[in-house]
Design a protein around this ligand. Structure first.
Ligand SMILES: Cc1cc2nc3c(=O)[nH]c(=O)nc-3n(C[C@H](O)[C@H](O)[C@H](O)COP(=O)(O)OP(=O)(O)OC[C@H]3O[C@@H](n4cnc5c(N)ncnc54)[C@H](O)[C@@H]3O)c2cc1C
Length: 530
């Protein structure tokens, strides 16, 4: 057992949200930042399209706010939208100071792209690898900061709350003291104690069979918070990206919406440009509408994918604007995107719901904050507007940082954090069976809780997930801890949270589409809170 790690601030996660928060609070105290793989592995690293902010005179923030609220289908918290987007330009300026290079035009002005649901060209980008550029710059700054210690291959298992320290406390209630963390290199669990803990663990799209996300997206932060009794909101609103490369058996790869913004058109196997049938905004309609259009087209024509057609555009421009996508398609499928239609399918992409927070990232538990994709701030409502998540991570991490640096920490000096109970029996045979549960969860979620849902399918999914959940919990209680087991347990929890939330919403709104309740209902004009 390793000895306890103490810091003023504990940050769980090294994406845009966790890193930008760490850089700010590091000016006021010691920061321990943990990341379950290498610190550069995050959803942030894979973001392609860009980051939305009003940076030119002919645009204005009101329009960005209105576009966000329209996409959110009645559930955006207007205060959160205004709070975040009014300061978007300041956050972009900070990114530039931290060393992020956005693509510029020949005249030196930023090259602003347009994506679905945006009324203006306002997406700053670094070619088609915006997230990688942001991750690089923030991580370099964090590594250079003497107040930040980065613990890679360290996986947070559970939050430390008053339940763990009971007996040492006279009057503590609903307080977070840090987290138990598994060092994947030596398999030891260490308590990380801190005045303030922030969850910045990103999304949970790996709960679905097809996902655009890397392996880290297993919803650990949301599951940990749920187990600790923290409030969770709107888990039914999962965004399916309409266009992930169709390449069965291979890791999914996103075909950015920016290609449609650039003029790309979706066609079916019969060469028909079909999106105008579904929405007057055609290929640039909000993502939920495009994903459902593709889903309907695939089902109707019994085809495994549709195609994104760039052939009518200037081939040289396509190659220079999308070098990463060009290279990936060439290498993986031998497709030249300027000459061949690109096969695409929808895939789980983004979680609008998560840990409920105030405008400053405060959760329903004292000393526990949440930011980024793991949080539900109210910005996205029932559907996220394209390129609004990187800016959300920056906006709310800024305000969470301002909040904690201005707080006086309560003195829990006498608290004794118990060590992790490492006893456990390993039953290899049972583990082999339990491990299969991951694929089963992903299949159930894809088939019954995906783009188009119904009460009957959701109930079927609930029954099956319940059995799997119990099996995993049973195994968890008698096993030595491992990263794989923690993630599997968390995926089962996420599946349960999505299904439970979806069953409570008897309407279709934004990303949640029910065939038996195809319309919006005033009765459900509120968040689903668990
Ligand atoms: C392919 C793709 C393209 C995208 N394109 C765009 C885009 O163009 N514009 C846009 O705005 N958004 C885009 N998004 C969404 C956006 O990238 C994410 O929502 C955002 O980066 C999330 O940032 P984050 O800091 O909250 O989480 P992440 O960047 O996912 O970081 C989470 C971190 O937490 C760590 N972690 C997780 N669990 C644990 C644990 N238990 N213990 C320790 N560490 C843990 C992870 O290892 C990771 O370091 C895209 C997403 C994907 C997948």
């Amino acid at each position: 057992m390793s000895s306890i790690q103490k810091s003023d601030y504990l940050v769980i996660g090294s994406g845009v949200a966790g890193l930008s928060y760490a850089l700010k609070v590091a000016e006021h105290g010691k920061v321990n930042l943990i990341s379950k793989r290498s610190a550069s592995e995050s959803n942030t690293s894979y973001a392609q399209g860009g980051i939305a902010a009003v940076t030119k005179d002919t645009d204005n923030t009101r329009k960005h706010i209105d576009d966000t609220i329209i996409a959110g289908a009645g559930l955006c918290h207007v205060d959160a939208v205004e709070f975040a987007l009014n300061e978007a330009k300041e956050r972009i300026d900070e990114l530039i100071q931290w060393g992020v290079h956005f693509t510029k035009k020949d005249d030196g002005a930023y090259d602003l792209a347009k994506e679905g649901g945006h009324s203006e060209h306002r997406i700053l980008h670094a070619a088609d690898m915006t997230g990688a550029e942001i991750q690089r710059a923030l991580l370099e700054s964090a590594r250079a900061n003497p107040n930040i210690t980065i613990f890679e291959n360290h996986l947070a298992i559970d939050l430390i709350t008053e339940h763990h320290v009971l007996g040492n406390l006279q009057s503590a209630f609903n307080i977070c003291f840090g987290a138990y963390v598994l060092n994947e290199s030596d398999q030891c669990v260490t308590p990380f104690q801190s005045n303030y803990t922030i969850i910045a663990t990103g999304g949970a799209s790996k709960v679905f069979l097809h996902s655009t996300n890397p392996e880290i997206a297993t919803g650990d932060g949301v599951s940990m918070a749920y187990r600790a009794g923290v409030r969770i909101a709107n888990m039914e609103f999962v965004q399916f990206h309409p266009t992930s490369l169709y390449n069965p058996g291979k890791r999914s790869f996103l075909i950015s919406e920016a290609l449609r913004g650039f003029g790309g058109k979706l066609i079916n196997g019969g060469n028909e440009h079909f999106m105008p049938k579904y929405d007057k905004r055609a290929d640039l309609a909000p993502r939920d509408i495009v994903a459902r259009g593709i889903d309907a087209e695939m089902k109707k024509r019994r085809e495994d994918c549709v195609y994104l057609d760039m052939r009518h555009l200037d081939g040289k421009e396509v190659m220079s604007r999308f070098p990463n996508i060009f290279k990936h398609c060439k290498e993986s499928l031998n497709i030249d995107i300027s000459k061949d239609p690109i096969p695409v399918v929808p895939a789980a992409h983004y979680f609008c719901g998560g840990i409920m927070t105030s405008l400053t990232g405060q959760t329903s538990m004292q000393n526990l904050f949440a930011i980024g994709e793991a949080a539900h701030t109210g910005l996205h409502g029932a559907n996220r507007l394209a390129s609004n998540s990187l800016i959300e991570g920056l906006a709310f991490s800024h305000h969470a940082a301002m909040k904690v640096i201005n707080k006086r920490p309560r003195n829990f000096g006498s608290v004794i954090i118990p060590e992790w109970d490492e006893s456990g029996i390993i039953d290899e045979k049972e583990w082999v069976l339990t491990r299969h549960n991951q694929k089963e969860i992903q299949n159930i979620m894809w088939n019954y809780v995906g783009i188009v849902r119904s009460k009957k399918h959701l109930k079927r999914a609930r029954r099956r997930i319940h059995v799997i959940h119990q099996e995993i919990e049973g195994y968890y209680k008698k096993s030595k801890i491992s990263g794989e087991l923690v993630e599997l347990r968390n995926l089962a929890t996420i599946a349960f949270l999505i299904i439970t939330s979806a069953l409570r919403r008897n309407e279709s709104r934004g990303l949640h589409f029910m065939t038996d309740f195809p319309d919006k209902s005033e009765k459900y004009l509120k968040d689903t809170i668990i």
